[in-house]
Design a binder for this molecule. Structure first.
Ligand SMILES: C[S@@+](CC[C@H](N)C(=O)[O-])C[C@H]1O[C@@H](n2cnc3c(N)ncnc32)[C@H](O)[C@@H]1O
Length: 203
């Protein structure tokens, strides 16, 4: 975060949204695109993965269930508590970090084979998108992959701040080879036509 980051995007604001109950972004289950990925013939081999802006941890826990060594990061205490409870209830090893994702470097440089993105990119101030790209590139080992569900809606304002496949390509291509960037076909009804799944390999 920067000194100019709007207060509505602060950790305090996100924590208040969690404490207000039923956060509207929370699916209550993993993103369908991740289910498709991990159940496909092209599923990535398990490795060390970091889930950014992990929220209550549905995606993080899902990857842990599939054998990934997951580190889940969020700066909202209620989100961290919920994801820890979910992992403990299933007796899954999962490391949680309550901190700002933009403070992960240099401490976690090149520590991960995968980064998991689902509605974190759309939750940060859009001016921080280039910094987010550099962050993900810095967290991954060379050849590591970003596994992402991007919210490609066209509504003004946010969060969630929408993006486009063209913007994703333009921002990530300097650091990543785009292996896949396709519309999601099995989104939940309220996100139909508004998601792209990306699999991007760090150069
Ligand atoms: C829209 S929610 C998505 C949560 C989760 N990925 C999901 O799909 O349910 C965005 C999450 O990112 C977290 N977040 C936003 N900016 C962050 C930052 N700079 N550092 C750490 N967490 C952040 C918020 O606390 C919130 O849990």
């Amino acid at each position: 975060m920067t000194a100019q980051t709007p207060s509505s995007l602060s950790s305090t604001a996100w924590e208040e949204r969690y404490q207000a109950g039923t956060p509207r972004w929370d699916l209550g289950h993993p993103a369908p695109a991740f289910k498709t990925l991990l159940e496909s013939a092209n599923a990535p081999q398990p490795g060390a993965a970091i889930a950014l802006g992990a929220g209550r941890g549905h995606d993080a826990v899902f990857f842990a269930q599939h054998g990934f060594a997951v580190t889940a990061v969020d700066f909202a205490p209620s989100a961290i508590q919920a994801l820890e409870e979910q992992a403990q209830a299933q007796n899954l090893p999962l490391r949680s970090l309550q901190q700002d994702i933009f403070d992960l470097l240099p401490g976690y440089a090149e520590q991960f084979d995968y980064a998991i993105e689902h509605t974190c990119f759309c939750a940060i101030d859009p001016v921080l998108r280039p910094a987010y790209v550099e962050l993900v590139a810095g967290l991954l080992v060379p050849g590591g992959e970003l596994l992402a569900v991007f919210f490609t809606h066209q509504r003004s304002g946010g969060p969630p701040f929408g993006t486009t496949a063209a913007e994703v390509r333009q921002l990530f291509e300097p650091y990543f080879e785009i292996l896949t960037l396709e519309p999601v076909t099995n989104s939940i009804p309220s996100r139909q036509g508004e998601e792209h799944f990306g699999r991007l390999r760090r150069r």
